[in-house]
Design a binder for this molecule. Structure first.
Ligand code: AMP
Ligand code: ZN
Ligand code: FE
Ligand code: FE
Length: 280
């Protein structure tokens, strides 16, 4: 048995639908997963419906925040997926994502790359639009030979076609998650490359740390397990899978995360009023 508490679906910039992710996780014998789409919770109920009693699907969402010069991603687990303030804020963030993707297309156009926003929109489909969709459009157009090249040449942070995303502050994101009965967890602290910023965020009402992540070395995992222990935090982990065809192809369940991570969330929900189900 294993768990994977960080997975993106077509609801954001993943390439697999929530139903496909559930089928894969079940095939691989996983015990629990969480769909953690960027700025959207619409995949949770779909995954839970598909999973029935085969698999535990915990509610999740991933929100990007800015602190000083660092980008800190915050995962919200066990949130009430029908919480009005949460849904309203996420809708606002998604609307800004559309504006920002249009801005990146404009920047590409001014660099002489011919691309229409409609192509990006079509690739994003129902999903909240992000750089991977722009990268795929560039690949489809033959502008780049791979999506990784699109990021290297154009879309990396500060790159020639990069446009910043509207981001909440860590305190705002944590408050939003908590008022929706959820638990706030710092995602992939190793990717922040700024432990001071991570520790600053830990003081703002964070309840967990994602010690296990695709991008973490064994040394980083150990370091963040120690940090979680020191701060008295829940430990979570996941693959951050975006499905095949994504810019970083890692599969569901590809990172070793102890089952205890999911159990601890379930216990937290029982003790603190968190939500295990999105429906009803
Ligand atoms: P966005 O939220 O629109 O800024 O896009 C962020 C997503 O882009 C991440 O979740 C990754 O999937 C992907 N991404 C970010 N940086 C890179 C990179 N350097 N190479 C490949 N994919 C990346
Ligand atoms: Zn993503
Ligand atoms: Fe992230
Ligand atoms: Fe993620």
């Amino acid at each position: 048995m294993a768990v994977d508490l960080h997975i993106h679906s077509t609801i954001s910039d993943g390439t697999r639908t929530p139903e496909e992710i559930v089928a894969t996780a079940t095939q691989r014998g996983l015990y629990a997963i969480s769909i953690t789409d960027h700025d959207d919770v619409a995949g949770v109920a779909r995954a839970q419906r598909a999973a029935a009693d085969e698999l535990l699907v915990l509610p999740g969402v991933e929100v990007s925040t800015d602190l000083h010069d660092a980008e800190v991603h915050i995962l919200g687990y066990l949130i009430d997926c029908q919480n009005e303030p949460l849904l309203a804020k996420l809708a606002q963030v998604r609307a800004r994502r559309v504006w920002r993707a249009r801005e990146m297309v404009k920047r590409l156009n001014s660099l002489g790359v011919s691309l229409d926003y409609a192509q990006v929109e079509q690739i994003a489909g129902e999903g909240s639009v992000g750089r991977p969709h722009v990268a795929r459009a560039l690949f489809d157009q033959g502008v780049v030979g791979s999506q990784a090249e699109a990021f290297r040449r154009f879309l990396h942070k500060g790159g020639p076609a990069y446009a910043p995303r509207y981001k909440l502050s860590p305190a705002e994101a944590i408050a939003l998650i908590r008022q929706a009965s959820g638990v706030a967890v710092v995602a992939h602290p190793g990717l922040c490359r700024d432990d001071e910023a991570v520790e600053e965020v830990l003081q703002l009402g964070i309840s967990g740390l994602e010690a296990y992540h695709t991008s973490h070395t064994d040394l980083q995992t150990e370091k963040y397990l120690r940090m979680a222990d020191e701060y008295g935090l829940l430990v979570t982990g996941g693959s951050d899978s975006h499905g095949p065809g994504g810019p970083i192809p890692v599969g569901v369940g590809s990172v070793d995360v102890p089952d205890a991570a999911a159990d601890a969330l379930v216990i937290w929900a029982k003790n603190n009023g968190g939500h295990i189900t999105a429906i009803g």
